[in-house]
Design a protein around this ligand. Structure first.
Ligand SMILES: NC(=O)c1ccc[n+]([C@@H]2O[C@H](COP(=O)([O-])OP(=O)(O)OC[C@H]3O[C@@H](n4cnc5c(N)ncnc54)[C@H](O)[C@@H]3O)[C@@H](O)[C@H]2O)c1
Length: 252
């Protein structure tokens, strides 16, 4: 049964494509008013157009999650435009080229952390302030790399472990205040990030599918479904959890 989010206001970062777009569309289909955040104006505009064409309500705010002013502005937009912030999905993230640790450039390490780790921290800081006194649900997007080490991805692995750590610590602080904070930890999902990492050849697609015990890569909708559950009252007793959605990758 589709979740009912009517009357709710949701914010999704990195919603200009991939998992964030699918989540924004699903929340809007459930009746939420959705604020679409992304560094990509084009991607964000496309997501809003898809939502409004389907009869939903959404608006785009350009937001670099590593920038505190951008983050505060998008949270302020949600509150001033739609009256509140009930649901926040901190999804924006990057997973650039891979290299052995000894070959990593410090600026690449810092850039990944500024978006994947600092971005989630800044978003939670502003979102929780907007939710205090009335409650809400926050879902952070971690990764299979939140719970496992991924060879040649030291910065990404560390940043996604940090997302789960931030999720747990903040959940413990705000659970009694009615703000439920959880995370999803996806395996390989067919989005731009995966294409950037492995390419689009039939061999690459087959290798990704074979790596997952379920026999296929994930789709953005697989992850959006879990995010919606964590954002809804159906998961009302779930707090500080990292929900792994990885086709069995981490069961091996
Ligand atoms: N696709 C996968 O295999 C996979 C697996 C595990 C975790 N994830 C995580 O899922 C999340 C979404 O990734 P995706 O797979 O949908 O990739 P994607 O590249 O399709 O989407 C990421 C979006 O984030 C935006 N973005 C990048 N930097 C930003 C910033 N500084 N501020 C705001 N927006 C920014 C991009 O413009 C893009 O629209 C990421 O956190 C990623 O690490 C993805």
């Amino acid at each position: 049964m589709a979740q009912d989010f009517s009357g709710k206001v949701a914010l999704v970062t990195g919603a200009g494509g991939g998992i964030g777009r699918a989540t924004a569309q699903a929340l809007a289909a459930g009746g939420a008013k959705v604020v679409v955040g992304d560094v990509s104006q084009k991607g964000g505009d496309e997501t809003v157009a898809l939502i409004t064409a389907a009869g939903g309500t959404a608006s785009f705010v350009r937001c670099d999650v590593s920038n505190p002013d951008d983050v505060q502005a998008i949270v302020d937009h949600a509150v001033s435009t739609y009256g509140a912030l009930d649901i926040a999905v901190n999804n924006a993230g990057v997973d650039p080229e891979v290299a052995p640790v000894a070959e990593w450039k410090l600026e690449d390490f810092d850039r990944i952390h500024s978006i994947n780790t600092r971005g989630v921290f800044l978003c939670m800081k502003a979102e929780i302030a907007a939710m205090e006194g009335r409650g809400g649900a926050i879902v952070n997007v971690g990764s299979f790399a939140s719970v496992s080490g991924v060879a040649n991805k030291p910065a990404y692995t560390a940043s996604k472990h940090a997302v789960l750590g931030l999720t747990r610590a903040a959940a413990l602080q705000y659970g009694r205040a009615g703000i439920r904070i959880n995370a999803v930890c996806p395996g390989g999902v067919r989005t731009a990030i995966l294409v950037d990492n492995v390419g689009t050849s039939a061999e690459a697609e087959a290798a990704v599918a074979a790596a997952h015990p379920i026999g296929r890569a994930g789709e953005s909708q697989d992850i959006a479904e879990a995010i919606l559950w964590l954002a809804s009252p159906a998961s009302g007793f779930v707090l500080g959890h990292g929900l792994v959605i990885d086709g069995g990758l981490s069961a091996q």
